[in-house]
Ligand binder design. Structure first.
Ligand code: FE2
Length: 239
């Protein structure tokens, strides 16, 4: 979660510029536009069995959501709690290779390893059926703005993925970033948010905007380790 500010510094610059020139009455173009409100947000993550993980953040710029105009109708259909969570920023990883990322817009990602040094990631803009035309337009513009190959944010992430791939080529490592931050905040089982949703995660984390948690990866690593061990045991048995 904490990659947003350092990785997307140029996008944040664009948002700041837009915000300062936008008429006060005009609706925000992005959930990230109000940086102060974002800094006051509450966020966290869950890990689940089989390596699935979710990170979430309550959404101060809720009026920028394409679904926002449908909120009363959605509340009637799914109840207030689920409707509230549908307005949150959420990034769900279905281990090992599917992601549903809902932040600036909603995106489905399919990640496919092609070779040891080559990975394909296909992305789709996802939208509810029957969405009003105005909301659909807003969603598509947000998708183009943030996620598209020509967007302001995703190219930063793609560049980071390529750098990670180069790093994974390293012959030896003295240290590795990406697994320890936030571990002291991890709670076994559920928390207040899990209870609200009626789910039973393996671990939960919740905190303020600066929580800087990366314990979410532990959920992926546990499943990965289990698969590697099972693979080794199988090949030993076969050999
Ligand atoms: Fe990113």
């Amino acid at each position: 979660m904490y990659h947003f500010i350092p990785t997307h510094a140029s996008y944040i610059g664009v948002l700041e510029k837009r915000r300062s020139t936008r008429p006060a009455a005009a609706p925000a173009g992005s959930v990230y536009e109000d940086i102060e409100a974002q800094a006051a947000s509450h966020r966290g993550c869950f890990t689940f069995p089989h390596g699935h993980v979710l990170m979430w953040g309550d959404n101060p710029q809720v009026s920028a959501r394409p679904l926002y105009t449908m909120l009363p109708e959605i509340e009637k259909r799914v109840g207030k709690v689920k409707a509230k969570w549908m307005m949150y920023v959420r990034n769900l990883t279905l281990f090992p290779n599917v992601q549903i990322a809902e932040n600036a817009s909603m995106q489905l990602r399919i990640i496919r390893p092609l070779a040891v040094d080559r990975t394909e990631m296909v992305t789709y803009c996802v939208a509810p059926k029957g969405e009003p035309a105005e909301a659909r337009t807003r969603r598509l513009r947000q998708y183009e703005d943030f996620f598209n190959a020509t967007g302001f944010a995703t190219p930063d992430d793609t560049s980071a993925y390529e750098a990670c791939q180069r790093g994974d080529d390293a012959r030896s490592l003295d240290w590795q970033q990406g697994y320890a931050r936030g571990l002291t905040a991890v709670k076994a089982g559920g928390n207040a948010e899990a209870e609200e949703l009626g789910i039973r995660p393996v671990t939960s984390v919740a905190g303020n905007y600066r929580i800087g948690d990366e314990s979410i990866f532990q959920g992926n690593y546990r499943a990965w380790l289990k698969l590697l061990k099972a693979g080794v045991a199988k090949s030993m048995g076969a050999g």
